[in-house]
Design a protein around this ligand. Structure first.
Ligand code: NI
Ligand code: MN
Length: 226
């Protein structure tokens, strides 16, 4: 499993030959738009955690150019189905076996509306099991007790957590979240994109290190392999 960071909460997960894109927000991201070309991104599936613009802005374009399937909560799935895009609707607690592996849609504490105010269902995160690796993509969320449910069924290899604060958990709560999900290996996302969520990288990494945890912060376009 290879994970590439395109900025904010945008990630490309490659599982064998299948490309799974998470929360595409590139053309509106001042940190990504010069470095990543939306028109050249390849995706077989696009997973959307919630309807906020900083998670779905480029979903329609990329889905249409790639003939990709959008996977999200029921309301978001119907929104894109009405635009002629192939979708797979899910809801909290549900699992589905896709060709690349198993996906579970899990709770997130946040909101979810489209940019025009249309209802975007309830926000969520994803647990993806593929190539014998298990990852948790929290999406935008507060620290929540529901995270404690995850290790009851899944032994995680990586937790992808928001760390930018203000709209989501900050670093201190993300450290507690990594305890709740029983995974000390964390990839930080949802930081630096706008003024509200700028963080000090060294301070964040040191706080994780002091708790014997590993916080990874990737350059835009950077990858890790599990
Ligand atoms: Ni959001
Ligand atoms: Mn967001």
């Amino acid at each position: 499993m290879k994970i590439t960071f395109y900025g904010h909460n945008t990630l490309l997960i490659e599982i064998e030959e299948i490309k799974v894109l998470i929360d595409p927000f590139i053309s509106g991201n001042p940190l990504s738009k010069e470095k990543i070309d939306v028109n050249t991104i390849k995706a077989d599936y696009i997973l959307l955690t919630h309807a906020h613009e900083d998670h779905v802005l480029d979903a329609e374009t990329i889905a249409k150019t790639n003939n990709a399937t959008i996977v999200s909560n029921y309301e978001i799935a119907m929104h894109y189905q009405n635009k002629g895009i192939e979708v797979h609707p899910m809801n909290h607690g549900g699992n589905w076996d896709f060709e690349f592996g198993k996906v579970k849609y899990v709770t997130a504490i946040h909101t979810s509306s489209f940019a025009d105010g249309t209802y975007g269902g309830q926000p969520g995160g994803f647990i993806i099991e593929g190539e014998h690796k298990n990852i948790y993509i929290a999406g935008d969320t507060a620290l929540t007790m529901d995270m404690k449910l995850i290790p009851l069924s899944t032994k995680l290899d990586l937790a992808i957590l928001p760390i930018g604060d203000n709209f989501t958990m900050g670093v201190d709560d993300a450290i507690i979240a990594s305890d709740f999900v029983a995974c000390d290996k964390v990839l930080g996302v949802h930081y630096d994109t706008f003024g509200y969520i700028e963080i000090d990288h060294d301070v964040a990494k040191r706080k994780f290190f002091e708790k014997n945890k590993d916080l990874m912060l990737l350059e835009i376009g950077g990858s890790i392999s599990l």
